[in-house]
Design a protein around this ligand. Structure first.
Ligand code: NAP
Length: 391
């Protein structure tokens, strides 16, 4: 039997009650697809509020070592307070394992109320750079000696005036990191036969960070995928305005423009390649278009490690009530199955989710759109497991 060892963190808030059924559903799908030939071997690790309760760090040393050893994990949502000293565990794990790509597929699901007309036009995948940019959290408080020193340095060396009461954050964007995420997005688009890739940036204003992210993305597209892409600029002149079969349209959009276009013309966008902060915003905005971010899963992957999760957070108001929707973390799990080359199992899960919605066996967040009687979190997991295993 071929086993993939996967760590799991149950998480905070609704985390435990969505993670447990997710594991059962994923196991059922692997069993249904591969019988006894393949399996996931799950190992539970502590992190988040539970770990802190036992008097330690929210990411205990033992958990970090196991992560470094086993490299793959399914993660329930973890709480991160706004402000204060506590750094996001998600960001710490991403940096520790160099999970440089955050991948979020967003596709409309029938029956869900979307805020836009004809929502079946929404079928996008966001590739967000995960380790660079302002998101790295290199910053100093307005009243810290470090910020004072930096303000002094900038004034002395570059004659740059910054207000004496300003906090300072640093926005690094490197060639290596920009190119490797571009490469991953391009490879994905080619493998999955997607129709276009759009680089999202604010390069008109941030010329040495965001504009370079765009330039470096074009460099990779031209030098490594030149025979697979068509640039927007040459579409009319060389190809009569139509992308030839088997080729992928490669273009870019300034961030604010892309924000409005994914809403007004979602059918024109497919794979979106974005730096960290832009990617964070646009992935939730596109997620909202399908009507419910509780339905979305995400993957954080590097060259030899991956963390798979729901897109949403700990939804504290629903914690312990058996009402949260586990679909997000289940879909995080299907991205993991895809990553392990278990596409058949992943397809079984997606089919079961569609069937459960079709049969109106859904949690309250979906039931309120459809106008049916909701079932609980655990019961929804049981419905999916039942469909997958044919019971
Ligand atoms: P949130 O936990 O995603 O919840 C926001 C709202 O989304 C909920 O009130 C609920 O909306 C809906 N929702 C989210 N997940 C749902 C589910 N599984 N089933 C049904 N409805 C769901 O966002 P937040 O309140 O801003 O954040 C809470 C905490 O989560 C924060 O500490 C934040 O840092 C953390 N967080 C963690 C992650 C992560 O670990 N990856 C990601 C995001 C946020 P309705 O009220 O409309 O029903």
């Amino acid at each position: 039997m071929e086993n993939n060892v996967v760590l799991y963190i149950e998480g905070d808030g609704i985390g435990p009650e969505i993670t447990r059924p997710a594991i059962k559903v994923l196991d059922a799908a692997v069993k249904a697809a591969y019988g006894n030939d393949r399996a996931i071997e799950w190992k539970r690790v502590d992190a988040g509020l539970e770990a802190e309760k036992n008097g330690g760090d929210a990411l205990p040393g033992e958990t970090a070592s196991l992560m470094q050893k086993y490299r793959y994990m399914l993660k329930g949502p973890l709480e991160t307070p706004v402000g204060g000293q506590k750094r996001s565990i998600n960001v710490r794990i991403r940096l520790m394992l160099d999970l440089y790509a955050n991948i979020r597929p967003i596709k409309y699901m029938k029956k869900i109320d979307s805020p836009i007309k004809n929502p079946e036009r929404i079928d996008m995948v966001v590739f967000r750079e995960n380790t660079d940019d302002l998101y790295r959290g290199i910053e100093w408080a307005y009243d810290s000696p470090e910020a004072a020193k930096l303000r002094g340095f900038l004034k002395e060396q570059f004659n740059v005036d910054i207000e004496g009461d300003a906090g300072i954050g640093i926005k690094p964007m490197s060639m290596m990191k920009s190119k490797r995420i571009a490469r991953m997005a391009l490879k994905y688009a080619v493998d999955k036969k997607r129709k276009s890739i759009t680089v999202m940036h604010k390069g008109n204003i941030m010329k040495y960070t965001e504009a370079m992210f765009k330039e470096w993305s074009y460099d990779v597209a031209r030098s490594e995928f030149g025979d697979r892409i068509v640039e927007e600029g040459e579409l009319a002149t060389k190809y009569g305005g139509t992308v030839p079969n088997g080729k992928i349209l490669f273009n870019d959009r300034i961030a604010d423009n892309l924000f409005q276009q994914v809403i007004t013309r979602p059918e024109s966008y497919d794979v979106i390649l974005a730096p960290n902060l832009n990617g964070d915003y646009i992935s939730d905005a596109i997620g909202a278009l399908i009507g419910d971010i509780g339905l979305l899963g995400g993957a954080n992957v590097g060259d030899d490690a991956g963390m798979f999760e729901a897109v949403h957070g700990t939804a504290p108001k629903y914690a312990g009530k058996n009402v949260a929707n586990p679909t997000g973390i289940i879909r995080g799990g299907t991205l993991m199955l895809d990553h392990f080359g278990m596409a058949e199992a992943s397809a079984l899960v997606e089919k079961a989710i569609d069937q459960a919605v079709e049969e109106q066996k859904v949690t309250q967040d979906i039931a309120r759109y459809i106008g049916c009687k909701p079932i609980g979190t655990k019961e929804f997991g049981d419905v999916l497991t039942g469909i997958i295993s044919g019971k």
